[in-house]
Design a protein around this ligand. Structure first.
Ligand code: DC
Length: 224
């Protein structure tokens, strides 16, 4: 590890693959900062609706992205001072987030803001293009995968635990549509960086994925 740079660990992959849980686990283990980049795109989607911006208003969305009033406080997401943590976690906001995320100008406007999270003692960054675009020099790059069906089943279980009724067919379709947009957009499409370590989580439970990721950090000398 270069002793003059802040170590960054990136965790990329599609919706519902468990990136958030693994990122939080590794944040606790390392004591590093956490960047949930999806929450920034979700906050932008929330802000677009609040400001009644159309999804084809590229100038308006880019301008909002440049000065997005989003802040992270412990486990909360604030938008212009309002706690919007549960409001931005809905499937509806996720769908809009994946639509604003296809706009190259929006991605460019959010780039510097994401890079600024890289601060001592280190950063765990979770998203779609953390290892490929935002932090190309990251120390360790993980890319998690699982089939859309497995991810939909996990999501339905999670929603049921929260007392929310969920339709597996609808959730599977939503996940596939989001995958399609995330994979096929021209700007920063969802794809593993060349030096990413790919972990297929289809047959692993979340604890097994956490253990696997932790072992990699020991092997790389990040955990000592
Ligand atoms: O990780 P998430 O589900 O909270 O992300 C919501 C949407 O934001 C996702 O559909 C794609 C987009 N996104 C992105 O394009 N690039 C990122 N680094 C993170 C999220």
């Amino acid at each position: 590890m270069n002793s003059f740079t802040t170590p960054v660990i990136t965790i990329d992959g599609p919706s519902g693959v468990g990136k958030g849980t693994i990122a939080q686990y590794l944040t606790c283990k390392t004591g590093y900062h956490l960047l949930d980049s999806g929450a920034i795109y979700r906050a932008l989607a929330f802000g677009a609706a609040k400001n009644q911006l159309a999804l084809d208003d590229i100038a308006g969305l880019s301008k909002l992205a440049e000065s997005l009033p989003v802040e992270f406080k412990a486990t909360s997401i604030l938008y212009a001072g309002e706690d919007v943590t549960s409001k931005v976690r809905t499937e509806e906001v996720a769908g809009v987030a994946s639509q604003v995320a296809v706009i190259p100008e929006v991605r460019a406007a959010l780039l510097q803001r994401q890079k600024a999270f890289s601060q001592a003692p280190g950063l765990i960054a979770d998203g779609r293009d953390m290892g490929s675009v935002v932090f190309p020099n990251a120390e360790v790059k993980l890319f998690l995968t699982a089939s859309a069906e497995v991810r939909a089943e996990r999501r339905v279980k999670q929603l049921k635990n929260q007392g929310v009724d969920a339709n597996i067919t609808q959730i599977t379709q939503d996940i596939k549509e989001r995958d399609e947009r995330d994979l096929n957009r021209s700007a920063s499409p969802l794809k593993p960086a060349e030096d990413a370590i790919i972990i297929d989580t289809s047959d692993l439970d979340v604890n097994q994925v956490c253990q696997k990721a932790e072992r990699l950090l020991w092997d790389k000398g990040i955990l000592k």
